[in-house]
Each structure stands twice: as C-alpha cells, then as structure tokens.
Design a protein around this ligand. Sequence first.
Ligand SMILES: Nc1nc2c(ncn2[C@@H]2O[C@H](COP(=O)(O)OP(=O)(O)OP(=O)(O)O)[C@@H](O)[C@H]2O)c(=O)[nH]1
Ligand SMILES: [Mg+2]
Length: 183
Amino acid sequence: MPHKNLPEFAFIGRSNVGKSSLINCLVDRKELARTSSKPGKTQTLNLYNIDGWMQICDLPGYGYAKVSKTMRSKFSNMIRYYLKNRENLYALFVLVDLRIPPQPMDIEFINDCGNDEIPIVLVGTKSDKLKPEELEVNLQAIKNALLEYWEELPPFIISSSQTKVGRDEIWEVITQAIQTDQQ
Ligand SMILES: Nc1nc2c(ncn2[C@@H]2O[C@H](COP(=O)(O)OP(=O)(O)OP(=O)(O)O)[C@@H](O)[C@H]2O)c(=O)[nH]1
Ligand SMILES: [Mg+2]
C-alpha cells in the first residue's frame, strides 16, 4: 500500500454501521467517501489525504452476510494484513451501532485488536436515532459486554453523522495522537 509517510487513522466496523458517512462528516464533504443504505458499499481500502498532513483510511465493513464467502474472507484477509503491517496507523476507530445490542462480531473484533495491541477508539454511531434513555441503556450494554473481557475500556465516543455529535471529539483524538508523537 502506498503513502506510508503521513499519520493515518482508519475507520472500521460492521457493514452499514456508518463508516463512510462519518468520514464525510469529519471532513465536511457530502460524498468524499461513497455511502449507501445497502450494506457492503465499501469494498476496498480507500485512502484520503487530508490537506497534506494526515490520512484517513475507509475500510470495508466486516461480516456482511450477503457478500459471498470468498469475498468475505478476502475482505478479512485484506483488513488483517492492513492492521498488522500499516506502520503509519496512529489509531483505529472501531464503530459500533448504538441502536442495537452488543454484536458478537464486534466484541470479537475489538478483542482481537486488544490482543494485537492495535490502538483503538470506540465510536458509537447513529446516536440521533435514539432517545437519551435508550442511548444510555445500549451504551452500558456494549460496555458491559466488553468488560467481560477487558479490565479497562478504550475511549468511547458517541457520534452521529447527521447531527455531527462527536465530530470534535474525534478530531481531538486525531490531533492529540499526532502531537504526542511529535513530542
Ligand atoms: N440516522 C443516521 N443514519 C446514518 C448515520 N451514519 C450513517 N447512516 C446511514 O447508514 C447507512 C450506511 O452508511 P455508510 O456510511 O455507507 O456505512 P458504511 O459503514 O460505510 O457501510 P459499508 O461501506 O457498506 O461497510 C446509510 O444509509 C447512511 O445514511 C447517522 O449518524 N445517523
Ligand atoms: Mg463504507
């Protein structure tokens, strides 16, 4: 993969969780990353150079049932290879859908990242779809599911690409990570 000299931040999560939408929200562009209401839209690793000082990587979703088995294993090999070998990856944002209960596939993926010591930040997506009480219950359920395996949780940011909640916090993580590295 080319372009390995700039700090890079990647976005991952199950298909349709809102990775591409969140990237568009972060950079204030409607269609930089292609989105779709149908899962399985992003099928390759897409790199976006942000004004020459950092890069964003949009990854295909993991675990989309309607993609053929061969394609699924191709995706997961591609993702695994990327995560293992990308030296300029500063942090991986792992997106989980706040509307639904903790998904085994997400927990498994997050646990794998922990074991491989990949620096992750969790992002709960589509918060605009929930009432505050629902959001609190679902958030706690996801945290509890993870606390069965982890003593301490990675940072967790609540987000919505529609209301732009969480956007500033994500940028804060990005700029902090770059600053820390430069010190
Ligand atoms: N209400 C709401 N809908 C969202 C939000 N983010 C994404 N969506 C919708 O969710 C669907 C999937 O969004 P994408 O950004 O394409 O999801 P993705 O994770 O990139 O999906 P794949 O590329 O298929 O893995 C689209 O219909 C989006 O409009 C959000 O914050 N709020
Ligand atoms: Mg996508």
